[in-house]
Design a binder for this molecule. Structure first.
Ligand code: ZN
Length: 289
């Protein structure tokens, strides 16, 4: 009987030791599992983005060249109103665009340039390869600031005020007096010069050698015709407030079909007024009022 009791006590001690062993094993397993989980969590975290490299903008002498400042006023203007754009409530625009010569009109038509369909297509598709080839010059990096008298007003993106704050602004606004000259930012082929696109008023669209297009909207008048080649710096239009515009400004877009880009970091050269630099590439943002 005594022996049996001693056996029982021994077995109880042994099973307690085994239980302690199981608990310790469980604890070790739990810790390693936790560590493994923690490790895997660290692995999926994205690595921090590298700091953006500082952007250097070359300040060159004021462009464009004086030779390109000459305005080639058209010999004749198109009729001031057109079908669908007669009511000012719809277009808010006095049509002021040149009448192309017959030869120019035929050339533009042979390339499929100049009509409202062309303008709408260039908001949705990149320019055709033959239009890009017809620019006839090699791409030049950087763009000229298009209005020497202009001040940066509104940028690209969700920069509008309510109730339009959800609609992205696909270009930049450059405030300037009515009649201020608008220069081509690069060599280009005129794809459109008319006022048939709702909201844009008198509008010029240029196709460039790098396959991008630039759009100059709300002009008081345009001086170029579709199919014409223009040089970097050439005066192509004047600032106005036609189309959906509150006050005189140039609405400028830089695009490749449906994708539009912020042009601000790509402007080069200085714009002078009274021998004072008022605009230099990206430095103009927020610096001029
Ligand atoms: Zn705008």
């Amino acid at each position: 009987m005594k022996l049996e009791l001693q056996d029982l006590v021994k077995k109880a001690r042994q099973s307690r030791r085994e239980l302690r062993g199981v608990v310790v094993a469980l604890l070790v397993l739990g810790c390693s599992a936790h560590l493994a989980f923690a490790h895997s969590t660290i692995n999926v975290l994205p690595s921090p983005a590298p700091a953006p490299a500082p952007r250097v903008v070359a300040i060159t002498k004021s462009e464009p060249d004086a030779a390109l400042r000459t305005v080639h006023l058209p010999g004749a203007w198109m009729p001031p109103s057109r079908r669908g754009c007669v009511r000012t409530a719809r277009c808010n625009a006095t049509r002021r665009v040149p009448q192309p010569s017959r030869k120019d009109a035929e050339f533009a038509a042979s390339l499929g340039l100049g009509d409202d369909h062309t303008a709408r297509t260039l908001l949705e598709e990149p320019p055709r390869a033959e239009w890009v080839a017809a620019v006839g010059s090699t791409p030049v990096a950087g763009m000229l600031w298009p209005v020497a008298e202009g001040h940066f007003g509104r940028g690209v993106g969700r920069t509008r005020q309510r109730p339009l704050s959800r609609i992205p602004h696909e270009g930049i606004d450059i405030a300037a007096p009515v009649g201020a000259d608008i220069h081509a930012v690069n060599d280009g082929l005129v794809a459109y010069s008319d006022n048939g696109i709702h909201g844009y008023g008198n509008l010029v669209i240029l196709v460039h050698a790098d396959g991008t297009t630039t759009h100059y909207a709300h002009c008081s008048a345009t001086f170029v015709v579709a199919g014409q080649r223009v040089r970097r710096g050439e005066i192509i239009a004047q600032v106005g407030a036609t189309g959906l515009a509150r006050g005189a400004h140039l609405h400028f877009e830089w695009r490749r079909g449906p994708s539009y880009r912020d042009p601000m970091p790509f402007f080069v050269g200085a714009v002078l007024r009274d021998r004072t630099v008022v605009a230099v590439g990206p430095a103009i943002v927020g610096a001029v009022d």
